[in-house]
Design a protein around this ligand. Structure first.
Ligand code: GAL
Length: 807
């Protein structure tokens, strides 16, 4: 072979690397399948002799609460989505090959809600109260090998209620993994990567690896790390020989210089990989991959946030962890769909309110380009609910926060650690040092593990007696709401960089409009007063005219936000509706009205407001629909961008040209309804940019189906099918509520159904769903490859069919 030297070297390296990865050094396998589940308590289900034949078989992740009926008497309350918690048991029988003897075997839980206790072959491995934290147990000392069976049993106790201000779900609702490693291995969350010096020319990468020697003898190993770029080209290597004392852990640090690094950004989320091998006597005994990004950032007190030297306004949303009809059961495709919808809106940041997220969310944010505020707690020692985490605070907060930071600190998407949301200790009176002490402790825990990111608390008390802000302990000042106080925030608080940790809390039902559109409803009228004058059908208006008194409409806050340079970013409450917290309504409302997107994933109108301000893609969105009573006075709104004017026509007759002036974020025409066609035309310099038409819809006549992806993978991949109720001419019928029956053939099954209605008492796990304001959703999955056919029927409507290829 006559290859140039450089090519020969890379070929040798490539062969070396692939040979090393072929060696079965570390195996992390899904441990999700073939579990048995029982809702209720049982006598000694952890014992090997317990007979679980009558228990239900299922695969994880699993949320039992989402399967239950809505229940006005549920102790979770409407805040918890009126879905019950309870106590449940999971059991799984498995074998471990004899060849595994001598290795270490761990079980990794990404999250169990809540109060879990895990048993292996009758031995309790431990309890974990926190329902959002990831944890690992060492199974090795208790395992049977070969044909002898092992029993893992997990008790999950979510029976003490209320313990959450929002829907928590119940059960092993995140993924479980079985990790097998040799007895000298990279420890749990055992790498820490930072990029302390970065510019366009080079990046210094520092990797500290914690090597665990589980053997009863001292040893010497070689730790060899190669950095790969996104094309799998090696861009740095380092090898250290280290002594690893018996039964202990040892840290080793390696440094690299990447020339002309590809920087991670929200527009170009470029990822590198560090592959760390441990070699003993020349043999690779472990291999551990850490994904990372190279980027630098700073918060400027006056000018806001800079990523890689460029100004970036953090335009974020808060979200809770439930995935609508899937409940809390994590699903990567469902998370990805949410993020895609948000990205298209111009959102570039996520706040994991108010708890550690599923690891998959951070992986997706790394890949898709979102800045993340990773939040730890919704309460500290002082309670918000009688059975919430405050009960476990003293014993667990240190461990939980440590584990969260250890788990998440290599993610390039993570930019800020929030150590608490609206913490009651803000109001500690003079002389009460509880909150101040806790805050200082939490910040020092974070800093001891990661000093590369700022800390913050999300404060809803902006006044000078806020005991947390007074400590000056966090790097950033964070406010929830109070948009009229943002101007003075940094002056008040020691001139520190400022971020709006939570904003807006507007209230909207998709497709529902209360006129006049320019009179604002504050519901409830005051935060501590009951609601007195809201809608009997428990709707909130989707014009920008309904909001909580502590919050604002989207436009009210957006106007201030975009103007103030020192406001580095904000996180809108919320991106998506979530189950629980149906402010402003009581039962039978059971899910939130705060989302820019409804629970089913259908955008409300405000979505296009943000899209018109936060993106360059041409937007012309008109609202509301055009089905009203003849003679009724209607406010027509348009959100638009990339144009200087919009003209609206009714049945060909112009209602005039409107232009946004000053602070305007929309234009409006007040008109009298006549049935027919509404046409909006946006123009720039006299040239048409976009046109939009809305017609008065006739009676429901047909169903149409739109799939988000026509091909999915077998397993937990999902196809989201939007169901539209249309008139005979294809117009969406804006108030249609037809019950749509779904049928699947070809081996598919329903992951859930929904319509985004906050008061629907229908089950998320049925095979039919009423449309709500013209739309509903079916989520389809398939266990095996093939072709799945979804048919949707409803009495009096022509049916529709769609095929989904399963690979
Ligand atoms: C905030 C709180 C959120 C949610 C929201 C509703 O004060 O941080 O968790 O409750 O209010 O408006």
């Amino acid at each position: 072979m006559n290859l140039p030297l450089i090519k020969r070297i890379s070929l040798v390296l490539l062969l070396f690397v692939s040979a090393a990865s072929i060696a079965q050094t570390r195996n992390t396998a899904s441990f999700n399948s073939n579990w048995k589940f029982y809702l209720g308590n049982a006598t000694d289900p952890q014992s090997a002799t317990f007979n679980d034949a009558s228990w239900r078989s299922l695969d994880l992740p699993h949320d039992w609460s989402i399967e239950l009926p809505f229940d006005s008497t549920s102790p979770t309350g409407t805040g918890g989505g009126a879905l019950r918690g309870g106590l449940g048991w999971y059991r799984k029988t498995f074998t471990v090959p004899a060849t595994t003897k001598g290795k270490k075997v761990f079980v990794d839980f990404d999250g169990v809600y809540m109060n879990s206790e895990v048993f292996i072959n009758g031995h309790s491995l431990g309890v974990r109260p926190n329902g959002f934290i990831s944890f690992r147990y060492d199974l090795t000392p208790y395992l049977h090998y070969g044909n002898e069976k092992n029993i893992i049993a997990v008790k999950v106790d979510n029976s003490k209620q209320p313990n959450s201000r929002w829907y928590s779900g119940s059960g092993i609702y995140r993924n479980v993994w079985l990790t097998t490693v040799s007895d000298v291995f990279v420890d749990h969350w055992g790498t820490h990567i930072t990029t302390p010096q970065v510019d366009d020319q080079s990046a210094k990468v520092v990797l500290t690896t914690t090597v665990n020697n589980a053997k009863a003898e001292n040893g010497i190993v070689l730790v060899k790390t190669s950095l790969y770029d996104a094309t799998s080209k090696i861009v740095g290597t380092s090898s250290n020989n280290i002594a690893v004392p018996q039964k202990g852990t040892t840290n080793t640090t390696q440094q690299f210089l990447i020339a002309k690094p590809n920087l991670w950004s929200v527009d170009r989320p470029y990822l590198y990989k560090a592959v760390t091998q441990i070699l003993e006597n020349g043999k690779v005994i472990d291999e551990y991959t850490t994904t990372f990004g190279v980027r630098y950032f700073n918060f400027d007190i006056d000018k806001g946030f800079f990523l890689n030297g460029k100004h970036l306004k953090i335009r974020g949303v808060c979200d809770h962890h439930d995935l609508g009809c899937l409940g809390a059961a994590v699903n990567t495709r469902a998370l990805e769909r949410q993020l895609q919808i948000l990205k298209d809106m111009g959102c570039n940041a996520i706040r994991t309110s108010h708890n550690p997220p599923a690891p998959e969310l951070l992986d997706l944010c790394d890949k898709m380009g979102f800045v993340v505020m990773d939040e730890a707690f919704d309460m500290w020692k002082k309670e918000k609910n009688p059975y919430d985490y405050h009960l476990y605070w003293d014993e667990w907060h240190k461990k939980d926060l440590t584990d969260q930071v250890m788990r998440d600190r290599n993610h390039p998407s993570v930019f800020i650690w929030s150590v608490g949301n609206e913490i009651i200790e803000q109001w500690d009176k003079d002389g009460d040092t509880l909150g101040a002490g806790i805050l200082r402790e939490l910040v020092s825990i974070v800093k001891s593990l990661d000093d590369s990111r700022p800390t913050v608390t999300a404060n809803n008390e902006p006044n000078s007696y806020n005991a947390l802000l007074k400590t000056n302990a966090t790097d950033l000042i964070g406010y929830n709401y109070h948009h009229n106080d943002w101007d003075s925030a940094i002056i008040k608080w020691y001139r520190k960089p400022f971020i709006v940790t939570e904003s807006v809390s507007a209230l909207q039902t998709r497709g529902h409009y209360d006129m006049p559109s320019d009179s604002i409803r504050r519901w409830p009228q005051q935060w501590d007063k009951p609601l007195t004058d809201a809608n009997a059908d428990l709707t909130c208006s989707a014009y920008e005219n309904c909001a909580t008194p502590w919050g604002s409409t989207h436009e009210e806050t957006l106007k201030v936000f975009e103007k103030l340079d020192h406001v580095s970013g904000m996180f809108i409450w919320t991106g998506f509706d979530y189950i629980g917290e149906p402010t402003p309504y009581p039962w039978p409302a059971r899910s939130s009205y705060f989302g820019i997107v409804d629970l089913a994933g259908f955008p409300k109108d405000s979505y296009y407001l943000y899209q018109s301000v936060w993106t360059d893609k041409p937007v012309l969105h008109i609202l509301p629909h055009w089905n009203w009573k003849p003679g009724q006075t209607i406010d027509m709104w348009a959100y638009y961008n990339n144009a200087d004017e919009v003209e609206l026509f009714v049945n060909g007759k112009s209602l005039g040209v409107k232009k946004k002036t000053g602070d305007d974020l929309h234009v409006m025409w007040r008109t009298t309804f006549v049935p027919g066609t509404l046409k909006a035309v946006s123009r720039r310099n006299g040239k048409v940019v976009l046109t939009k038409e809305v017609r008065t819809a006739g009676a429901p006549a047909k169903i149409t189906l739109q799939v988000d992806r026509k091909a999915i993978n077998a397993g937990d991949d999902l196809s989201f099918v939007t169901v539209r109720i249309e008139d005979k001419d294809g117009n969406l019928v804006p108030d249609a509520s037809n019950d749509v029956q779904f049928k699947l053939s070809g081996g598919g099954s329903f992951a859930g159904v929904d319509n985004g209605c906050q008061t629907s008492m229908e089950s998320f796990k049925a095979d039919h769903r009423k449309a709500f304001n013209g739309l509903c959703l079916a989520v389809v999955k398939a266990a095996k490859a093939g072709k799945v056919t979804l048919t949707a029927t409803s009495p009096g409507l022509s049916s529709a069919t769609v095929n989904i290829d399963v690979k």
